[in-house]
Design a protein around this ligand. Structure first.
Ligand code: RET
Length: 253
């Protein structure tokens, strides 16, 4: 347990992240509190948990929990690797996909495929973040980047599912649902693609292009937009959620 240095960019970014996620959680609770339709409640519950889980993860990182130093096989030490991010993402990214999948009217198998690919992406990303390169014929840097590549492989297939299967399903929904789906899908494609870029240019990638302070700011901005921003766009569209849940009701009958 080692807290981010007081007054550092890293600490400030984690503080803003904690506050932003907590405010988002409260806002989503308030927005969902009057909702009586069970199918619409699903969207509110899922989205509230996304921001809630991230609030806790950010608060723990702010306090210096969830960070470790990784000693590479070549003697270099990566002083502060935040593994708590992956614990957060392992739960929150499948929930974001569940929101998107329910909106598109996806069946169980499609949802399971999305969640499976996503979990593969996060877990192999975590392996890359923790890899020391010991016992590997590759250099530590190359070993870590190889895991990054494997994780990107899962991500590319995931993106393919979003633009093919899921988009085709969404296109069969009402015009409003289809258009809300494309807005959110495009947001996911753009924002999520930035994560592997920040990772590779940040401290995890060992290329040392940006330092931990800037990296923490970038992840914080991405996390807030991808969770709280995404949530607001989804949950403020009550009429559209009505149509989406009505269609799901018909499909389930
Ligand atoms: C709220 C958090 C979100 C939306 C996080 C998304 C994270 C990713 C899309 C991460 C992707 C990564 C790769 C594709 C390569 C390896 C490194 C990762 C885990 C950053």
């Amino acid at each position: 347990m080692s807290a981010p240095p007081s007054g550092s960019l890293e600490q400030i970014a984690l503080g803003i992240g904690t506050l932003g996620m907590a405010l988002g959680t409260l806002a989503f609770v308030a927005m969902g509190s009057g909702e009586t339709d069970e199918r619409k409640q699903e969207f509110f519950i899922i989205t509230t948990f996304i921001a809630g889980i991230a609030s806790v993860a950010y608060f723990s990182m702010f306090q210096g929990f969830g960070v470790i130093s990784v000693e590479l096989a070549n003697g270099t030490t990566l002083e502060r690797i935040y593994w708590a991010r992956y614990a957060d993402w392992l739960f929150t990214t499948p929930l974001l996909l569940l929101d998107l999948g329910l909106l598109a009217g996806a069946d169980r198998n499609t949802l399971a495929t999305l969640v499976g690919l996503d979990a593969g992406m996060i877990v192999t990303g975590l392996v890359g973040a923790l890899a020391t390169g010991g016992g590997s014929s590759l250099s530590p840097g190359a070993t870590r980047i190889a895991w990054w590549g494997i994780s990107c492989g899962f991500f590319v297939v995931l993106l393919y599912y979003l633009v093919s299967t899921l988009s085709n399903l969404a296109a069969q929904q009402s015009g409003d649902v289809a258009s809300l789906f494309s807005t959110l899908r495009n947001l996911v494609i753009v924002l999520w693609t930035a994560y592997p870029i920040v990772w590779i240019i940040g401290t995890e990638g060992t290329l040392n292009i940006v330092g931990l302070g800037v990296e923490t700011v970038l992840f914080m901005v991405l996390d807030l937009t991808a969770k709280v921003g995404f949530g607001f766009i989804l949950l403020r569209s009550r009429d559209v959620l009505d149509q989406a849940s009505a269609a799901a009701g018909v499909a389930a009958d």
